[in-house]
Design a protein around this ligand. Structure first.
Ligand SMILES: [Fe+2]
Ligand SMILES: [Fe+2]
Length: 161
């Protein structure tokens, strides 16, 4: 292996760690906002969304756990809150607590962001020759695509009525 190639491998491994850390924080921000919205929404029509948000909160928390443990296996560590910057503007609890559609759209934004993150992680893990992280990213990517499908269905249902 040439020195040049070695540098490329090292760089992608470092970048992989950074993206794993930001994916970890992204999951925890999602946990906070899904949990909050599952509590603040009001009304009979919101019930289905509240239940779905509760279920997905648990899944996102599981994702964070898996990412954190993978970081540890790679001799890195999941970050604490000092490293955290919030970014999910469209997922803040709506002023009108019956505005179910606003929450659904915020969730769709969060899921699109997550999908982009895991696609990036899949590619980086491949470049860094790390099949274990790649497998993990592929599995989580599948979960996020399922969440998106679920909330696309809700968007249809709630924008028609
Ligand atoms: Fe997730
Ligand atoms: Fe998700």
């Amino acid at each position: 292996m040439t020195e040049h190639n070695y540098t490329i491998v090292t760089t992608s491994a470092d970048e992989l760690i950074e993206v794993l850390k930001s994916a970890y924080m992204e999951e925890l921000e999602t946990v906070m906002n899904y949990r909050t919205n599952s509590i603040v929404l009001d009304g009979v029509r919101a019930q289905e969304i509240k239940e779905s948000l509760e279920a997905d909160t648990q899944e996102e928390l599981t994702h964070a756990g898996r990412l954190g443990r993978r970081l540890k296996q790679l001799d890195a560590s999941p970050p604490g809150s000092a490293a955290f910057t919030a970014s999910q503007e469209s997922l803040q609890p709506p002023e009108d607590s019956t505005d179910v559609l606003a929450v659904i759209r915020g969730v769709l934004d969060a899921e699109e962001d997550a999908i982009a993150t895991y696609r990036r992680l899949v590619n980086l893990a491949d470049e860094a020759d790390d099949p274990v992280t790649e497998d993990l990213a592929v599995e989580i990517l599948g979960d996020e695509e399922a969440h998106r499908t679920e909330f696309r269905g809700f968007e249809k249902e709630y924008s028609d009525s």
